[in-house]
Design a protein around this ligand. Structure first.
Ligand SMILES: Nc1ncnc2c1ncn2[C@@H]1O[C@H](COP(=O)(O)OP(=O)(O)OP(=O)(O)O)[C@@H](O)[C@H]1O
Ligand SMILES: [Mg+2]
Length: 254
């Protein structure tokens, strides 16, 4: 699913000025984008509007399937919340299975996905433990596995690695971003390493997307050049983009 936002503007009641003042972005299908920006800049607000936890006031966000079908993003997205939100008395496996059930999976399929995705976030030994006794970082990994188990084409993740050490963070991100295939992943993060692993970095400041640049993953210029306005933007010089200095390979080149 391609995710396209146009002119998203939002004010909370009694707030002196809008938190978001016309946010635009265009994320190609199957790509990952990091939303970065100072605390209070509106990152969670933006994600909440995309996922319809808040009602849109002005502007649009659309999820566009490869065949051109337009869907509201909340219908096709799964969440990893900033506040983790698991069922505390159910096991890690049950919590992840809930993600699969939301996708219409049978009991058997849901159990199988739960084992699979708990394994991908390194939690196989914790599968049968109630989530209330997991550490913060373990609980966060369960929440990520639950989102992956839903097999929805869009993942909205708010600070998904905030409680993880660098090594665990890298492996969990790999599970979420690296192997996402056709999934589109939107990650709010304060961590530059997380942002750099994404295909695209959107910086939210003063209510707008101020910078739009490639992450170190840098697939956009090769895979999507010419497909969208976003994809054609050149990385700013200060962006940490590690690319060879040779000419870009042409489409179809070996
Ligand atoms: N329910 C609310 N009512 C009024 N103002 C709110 C509400 N929720 C958030 N805000 C304000 O909107 C602004 C943006 O908040 P938001 O949670 O989107 O920021 P954020 O970028 O996610 O911050 P952080 O990095 O700290 O999570 C903040 O100034 C916050 O105080
Ligand atoms: Mg937030």
């Amino acid at each position: 699913m391609r995710l396209v936002a146009r002119g998203v503007t939002f004010s909370y009641p009694r707030s002196p000025e809008p938190v978001l003042k016309g946010v635009d972005f265009d994320i190609p299908s199957g790509h990952s984008a990091a939303i970065i920006g100072p605390s209070g800049s509106g990152k969670t607000t933006l994600l909440s509007l995309i996922g319809r936890l808040l009602s849109m006031q002005e502007g649009t966000v659309e999820a566009i399937a490869p065949d051109g079908t337009v869907r509201p993003p909340y219908e096709v997205a799964s969440w990893v919340f900033q506040t983790i939100s698991l069922l505390p008395d159910r096991t890690a496996a049950d919590n992840v299975a809930i993600g699969a059930y939301s996708d219409g999976a049978t009991r058997e399929e849901a159990q199988s996905r739960a084992r699979d995705y708990l394994g991908r976030v390194g939690l196989t030994p914790h599968a049968e433990i109630p989530t209330r006794i997991l550490s913060g970082g373990e609980a966060q990994r369960v929440a990520i596995a639950r989102a992956l188990a839903s097999h929805r084409p869009v993942i909205l993740a708010d600070e998904p690695t905030g409680q993880l050490d660098a090594k665990t963070s890298a492996s969990v991100l790999e599970a979420m971003i690296g192997a996402h295939g056709e999934r589109t992943v939107l990650v709010v993060t304060h961590d530059p390493e997380v942002a750099d692993r994404c295909d695209l970095i959107l910086e939210l400041r003063d209510g707008r997307v101020h910078e739009l640049r490639e992450g170190a993953n840098g697939r956009l210029s090769v895979a999507r050049a010419g497909r969208s306005r976003t994809a054609m933007r050149k990385p700013r010089p200060k962006a940490k983009v590690s690319k060879p200095k040779t000419a870009k390979p042409r489409r179809g080149a070996p």
